[in-house]
Structure formats: C-alpha cells, structure tokens
Design a binder for this molecule. Structure first.
Ligand code: 5GP
Ligand code: 5GP
Length: 226
C-alpha cells in the first residue's frame, strides 16, 4: 500500500513537470512591461540600479513563451546559461530599458540571467540568446506605452484612471487587447503594475492574444508617480 502511494506521488510529480516544460514549441510570447512606480510603491519596495535612478518610463520585465491553452513552460534547458559575452552590443539599452529594481541594487545581470533561464530557454528553437534580448528591446521601442497613455491624458501623477480607458488607449495604438496586471500600494490601492502584450513566436509582431486577457485590477486604478 505504501509502495503504491509513493509511485502515485512520483507519477503526479512527473505529470506536473511535463506541464512545466512540454517538448512542443510554444505558441506566442507575452511581452511584459512593468511600471517602476508600482514596483517600488508596494510591500517589497525597490532599490535603484547601481547606475542610478532609471528614467521615468515603463521597463521590460520579460519576454515569456506561452501556450494557447493558458499554460506556460519554464526552466526548459538547464544546460543553457546566461552569457553576458553574447550581449555586449545590447548592454547600454538593456541597462536603460530592462532595469532591475529589486534589492539590493544590482547591475541587472542576475535579473536577465533569471529571465533567460526561466523563460528564454524555451524559445531557443526560434531565437538564440542574443536575438531573444534584442527582440525584447526592439519591442520596447515599437510600443511606447508611456506616450500612448499620455496621448489619452493618462499620466503617472498618482491619479486614478478607469481601467477601460487605459485598455482602450492601448488598443487604439497597437490594435490589440493588452492584459493589465495591478498590485497594491501601502494604502491598499489597486495600481497599474504590468502590461502584457501578445507577440508572435519570432518576438517581432504584436498579435491579438490567443488567451483571453485576465487580470486583477479594480475598475479605477492608480497610476503612481515615479
Ligand atoms: P506572480 O505570481 O508575481 O504573478 O508571478 C511570478 C512569476 O511567475 C512571474 O514573474 C513569471 O516569471 C511567472 N508568471 C506568472 N504569470 C505568468 C504567465 O502568465 N506566463 C508566464 N510565462 N509566466 C508567468
Ligand atoms: P519572475 O517573477 O519573473 O519569476 O521573477 C522575477 C525575479 O527577478 C524575482 O526574483 C525578482 O526579485 C527579480 N527581479 C529583479 N529585478 C526585478 C524587477 O525590476 N522587476 C521584477 N518583477 N523582478 C525583478
């Protein structure tokens, strides 16, 4: 009886791992941008990078391979490690646009390495490590979220804005529905934290999300200063 129980546990673990990292290619990417004001203004707070306070803009959190059924792979190739030497030409832009705000202050390498190992390794069949990071930087240039929101008079001024207006402003510019994620500030206010944009599996074109956008936001959300 005890033996059967341990076999059952092993089978369940195997099944779980196969969902984490299916052998099939992924279907699309989430390009995830974070608002630094909301990252800092939450319970974990933040530390500015070693090079100083980032400019007032959305920064990249990651480029995440996804499956159409709503699941996603992670840590798919433990043999593929982050290699700084492949990214020398991208370093200035990575430091500006893919800033690490966690504590203690860092130069970003730990964050990029984590993102590559957890998410990027699944997409190696399509794009190598250099092109993976370059694709994210190019998408950041293509989708200027702060400007898109400013045109709709949605500003990072600690004001509250309708979630619907935020979504509509983004659709008006990129033509597709984003997924919005909120977190809470120390007063418990729902605030604009991350914006997910769906991108084709080459990491180049914005597409309509194959999975209906879900999120945890109030109908009015704060857009904190940064
Ligand atoms: P959280 O629990 O803060 O929402 O997410 C923690 C981490 O889980 C994220 O930073 C990301 O690495 C991973 N994660 C959460 N949601 C998703 C998702 O929809 N797709 C992928 N690929 N990863 C996710
Ligand atoms: P994920 O949530 O993507 O799995 O993991 C994010 C990891 O990167 C966490 O360990 C987090 O502490 C670290 N990290 C470093 N800098 C940042 C940042 O600026 N934003 C976020 N969301 N995570 C960061």
């Amino acid at each position: 009886m005890r033996l059967n129980y341990s076999i059952l546990i092993k089978l369940l673990i195997l099944q779980y791992l196969s969902v984490l990292c299916l052998p099939k290619d992924f279907d699309f990417f989430y390009f995830v941008l974070q608002w630094p004001g909301a990252y800092c203004d939450s319970k974990h707070s933040c530390c500015y990078p070693e090079i100083g306070k980032p400019t007032t803009d959305f920064t990249i959190h990651g480029l995440w391979p996804e499956y159409k059924d709503g699941s996603y792979p992670s840590n798919c190739d433990t043999n593929s490690v982050f290699e700084k030497s492949q990214l020398l030409d991208l370093m200035t832009n990575l430091q500006k646009d893919w800033t690490s705000l966690s504590c203690p202050s860092s130069n970003g390498f730990r964050f990029w390495s984590h993102e590559w190992e957890k998410h990027g390794t699944r997409s190696e069949s399509q794009i190598d490590q250099h092109d993976y990071f370059e694709a994210a930087l190019n998408l950041k240039k293509k989708v200027n979220l702060l400007q898109i929101l400013r045109i709709a008079r949605i500003e990072p001024d600690d004001g509250f804005y309708s979630l619907g207006n935020i979504v509509r402003a983004i659709i008006k510019d990129i033509g597709h529905t984003p997924r919005i994620e909120c977190n809470k500030d120390s007063h418990g206010h729902s605030q604009l934290y991350q914006i997910y944009i769906c991108v084709d599996s080459f990491g180049s074109e914005v597409i309509e999300c194959p999975v209906p956008p879900k999120g945890r936001c109030a109908s009015n959300v704060q857009f904190p200063k940064f």
